[in-house]
Design a protein around this ligand. Structure first.
Ligand code: MGD
Ligand code: MGD
Ligand code: SF4
Ligand code: MO
Length: 728
């Protein structure tokens, strides 16, 4: 028996785990790591099942090639040669890539998807971001100058938290990295703070709050507009950071009186006014909006308003408010102002955001004939057949591709359309560093987890799989040495650092710096370079001498290192053209017109929203017994009064503009009238996941409509989908 420590890679909470392995290297126990200064022993059922998930016999252990409808296991060299042939037949602009959610969690995805995208020579770049948080990036880019300059609520110090469209008691938090989110919310209440949750469902998070406010799906922007209107009308604004556009915001919200906003959002006017007064009066307060406010038709407006309120109440960038983390691998200061819409999609003319096109138009781009039609697709850690709007259409269209390669541990609803599947090794065999999530953490903290288990001989880590794909895509061939790519990237990074005036290594010799780096393999070397150059690094960050960070230092600290509470960072962090927080970006103010026009719009009798469950994660954790056991979770929640009015009993047929499903009903008074909720990630079919097949459920994204998006970000609309219901 031995124990190992590593970070859980399964959600955004970055919990430290203590893993017990037997002499045959089988995982016999997983518990929370009490010595982790950030997660302090917290663990959830998914983390506790990591061993089972990792040892799932249905995970692919060798590459698969599909020929004439038959799957065949092949060796790695043969698989990469098949990829080379498949990609060579398709010119760059007709190749596409889709990066799924786990690619934001793996070192492979965070370090190598950039080089892979660039080597493909295409603008057909898609990811789960446009099914998720793209409105946040666009709002942050326009207001703060960079799409990753995203503030997080200072959970541990705030006196008042207004949370919209998030349910961290199930999700464990998102765009707000906070292990033991539930415990942190309880602590907020214990110290006398107030928690208000806005959600069309009385969730477990809402049940824990001081107050729960029902809102009509997709309509949070009205609630927030009403709050901003009140802050101006009652002279409650207290701006403490440098801003431009204050007068424009005041003008833009003029029409959004609490009364008008109440009618549109379903939140009574007196509640809107009271929330505004409470936010202004609280010693410190933070507004936090998540998936329920992003995947809606006014998603970017909602994200903008969240931070407008944080600014107007004096809470942006102050302890207890909404603050900007300082990650250990943060790069040099961001200087270039944000730009979006630099190019547009071929078929629907939709603007790019963050270099990506909306996943809502992926099927159009594969299906519509003409020059530039997507003929080859790479998927990395994604299952868009279950996760993207109108997944049923994607399922049909993927079958028509000339070539598709998937980097994924499973043969599932999406990867079954691939010609080649390249399976990454087990989680325990991969090193882990949360580049993305630690930049959104409620405390500055760092932790590296080296692989717990060695790789089988000849089996490439996922970092190498992606590096080799990048080299194939750029024409260097299946035989090219992936280490050359790493050396090129390291060389560029170090050269840039020594050439940057004011950098801690300005004027030094890149070769000497390169020689100092340690680590086994390109990913560790790159991590070492980023840590050393970063704000706490040995090469001259904040700390002195031995206290500076490097890979070596992290390896000596297997439980992680606390880097302290968040500190104010404005105006230095801003990269807007004005150097201030731009409160009234032109594009957003123009879009407010759309929100105003929709004020008096007639609403559909029933709208659909989603939900998450603690023991699940999107589509891919239904193959582990302990995570799917118990009662069926793929049910349509409906208010019992609505079910009675419609004469619905056990099952119903639900229809939208995109499709229809027969669903099992779960009547519950926790959901507001006129709203029904179905979780996504189910609808398992054509997959080689034998446990999941027994708990198949239905694909909620049969109902979501890819023709409707949030126009500024291109984000998909999953919440507020008009539906009708009839007895089955
Ligand atoms: N209706 C509706 N749809 C939604 C949402 C919703 O709320 N409602 N939520 C959206 C959101 S927020 C997201 S993020 C998307 C997610 O969308 P996707 O990322 O497309 O879907 P996932 O189900 O997360 O699929 C993850 C895939 O990665 C594979 N995988 C797991 N671990 C690894 C690994 O280490 N390496 C590699 N290469 N692959 C791995 C899994 O086998 C699976 O195939 O879904 C979106 N879809
Ligand atoms: N257990 C578990 N954890 C997960 C995941 C998972 O699938 N399962 N997925 C991970 C991913 S990819 C992400 S992005 C995060 C998401 O993390 P969260 O944003 O916390 O996601 P949810 O738990 O879906 O909570 C969203 C809430 O929004 C509500 N809602 C729906 N529509 C609206 C609306 O219009 N307005 C308002 N105010 N509320 C609305 C829903 O009822 C739901 O309670 O979770 C991550 N963690
Ligand atoms: S909360 Fe997230 S990171 Fe923590 S143990 Fe559960 S799945 Fe893992
Ligand atoms: Mo997500």
């Amino acid at each position: 028996m031995r124990t190992a420590h590593r970070t859980c890679p399964l959600c955004e909470a970055v919990c430290g785990l203590t893993i017990t392995l037997d002499d045959d290297d089988r995982v016999v126990g997983v518990r929370g790591d009490d010595a982790d200064p950030f997660s302090k022993g917290f663990i959830c059922p998914k983390g506790a099942s990591l061993g089972r998930l990792d040892e799932d016999p249905d995970r692919l252990s060798r590459p698969m090639v599909r020929e004439d409808g038959e799957w065949r296991e092949v060796g790695w060299e043969e698989a990469f040669e098949a990829v080379e042939r498949g990609l060579a037949a398709v010119p760059g602009p007709e190749r596409a890539i889709y990066l799924g959610n786990p690619s934001a969690h793996t070192m492979a995805g965070t370090l190598y998807s950039g080089p892979l995208v660039r080597s493909l020579g295409t603008r057909q770049v898609y990811s789960a971001s446009t099914s998720d948080q793209m409105p946040k990036h666009v709002a942050a880019g326009l207001m703060f100058g960079h799409p990753l300059t995203i503030p997080v609520p200072d959970l541990d110090r705030t006196d008042y938290l207004l949370m919209l469209g998030a349910n961290p008691l199930e999700s464990n938090g998102s765009l707000c990295t906070a292990p033991d989110f539930p415990g942190r919310l309880k602590a907020l209440r214990r110290r006398g703070g107030r928690l208000v949750v806005v959600d069309p469902r009385r969730t477990r998070t809402a049940a824990l709050a001081d107050e729960h406010v029902f809102v009509r799906p997709g309509m949070d922007s009205y609630l927030l507009m009403g709050i901003v209107h009140t802050l101006f009308a009652e002279n409650l604004t207290d701006v403490r950071v440098p801003v431009t556009g204050l007068a424009e915001v005041e003008a833009a919200v003029a029409a959004f009186t609490p009364e008008a906003c109440a009618a549109a959002s379903g939140v009574p006017a007196e509640v809107i006014v009271r929330l505004a007064r409470e936010l202004a009066a609280a010693p410190t307060a933070a507004v936090y909006g998540r998936i329920g406010t992003c995947t809606v038709e006014f998603g970017t407006i909602a994200q903008w308003l969240v931070d407008v309120v944080n600014v107007l109440t004096g809470n942006l960038d102050r302890p207890g408010g909404a603050m900007f983390p300082r990650a250990a691998t943060e790069g040099p200061p961001r200087r270039k102002p944000y730009a979006r819409g630099r190019w547009h999609s071929r078929v629907r003319g939709l603007p790019e955001a963050n270099g990506e096109l909306p996943v809502a138009t992926l099927a159009d781009e594969m299906e519509t004939p003409g020059e530039g039609r997507i003929r080859a697709l790479i998927t990395v850690a994604g299952n868009p057949v279950l996760s993207a709007p109108n997944g049923a259409r994607l399922d049909r269209v993927l079958a028509g591709l000339d070539f598709m390669v998937s980097v994924d541990p499973y043969l599932n609803e999406t990867t079954r359309h691939a010609h080649v599947i390249l399976p990454p090794p087990r989680v325990m065999q991969a090193g882990h560093y949360d580049f993305a999530l630690l930049a959104l953490a409620v405390r500055d903290y760092t932790r590296y987890s080296p692989p717990v288990l060695a790789l089988a001989p000849g089996r490439p880590p996922e970092t190498v799989i992606l590096a080799r794909l990048a080299m194939i895509a750029s024409g260097q061939g299946a035989g090219a040495d992936p280490a050359l790519l790493d050396e090129m990237i390291l060389d560029q990074m170090l050269r840039k650092a020594v050439d940057t005036p004011g950098s801690p290594v300005e004027g030094r010799d890149p070769a000497e710096l390169r020689a100092a780096l340690t680590g086994s393999g390109g990913a560790e070397l790159r991590l070492d370079a980023m840590l050393r150059l970063g704000p706490y690094g040995v090469w001259g960050g904040r700390a002195e001498g031995d206290d500076g960070l490097s890979l070596e230092r992290l390896l000596e600290s297997p439980h992680g290192i606390d880097l302290g509470a968040l500190e104010p960072r404005l105006p230095g962090l801003l990269s807007t053209a004005s150097g201030t927080v731009e409160l009234a970006p032109e594009a957003i103010i123009a879009d407010v017109g759309r929100l105003r026009e929709a004020l008096g719009r007639e609403t559909n009798a029933f709208v659909l929203i989603g939900r998450r469950h603690l023991r699940s994660n999107n589509s891919w954790m239904h193959n582990v017994g302990p995570l799917v056991g118990g009662t069926n979770r793929c049910t349509l929640q409906i208010n019992p009064k609505d079910a009675a009015d419609l004469g619905l009993a056990e099952q119903a047929v639900i229809r939208s503009a995109a499709g229809e499903l027969t669903v099992w009903l779960e009547p519950t008074d926790t959901i507001m009238r006129g709203v029904v909720s179905l979780p996504h990630g189910w609808g398992h079919s054509g997959s080689a996941q034998l446990v999941a097949a027994k708990h198949a459920g239905v694909n909620a994204n049969t109902l979501t409509d890819e023709s409707i998006i949030d126009p500024l970000s291109g984000n998909a609309v999953f919440n507020g989908v008009p539906v009708t219901l009839t007895p089955a």
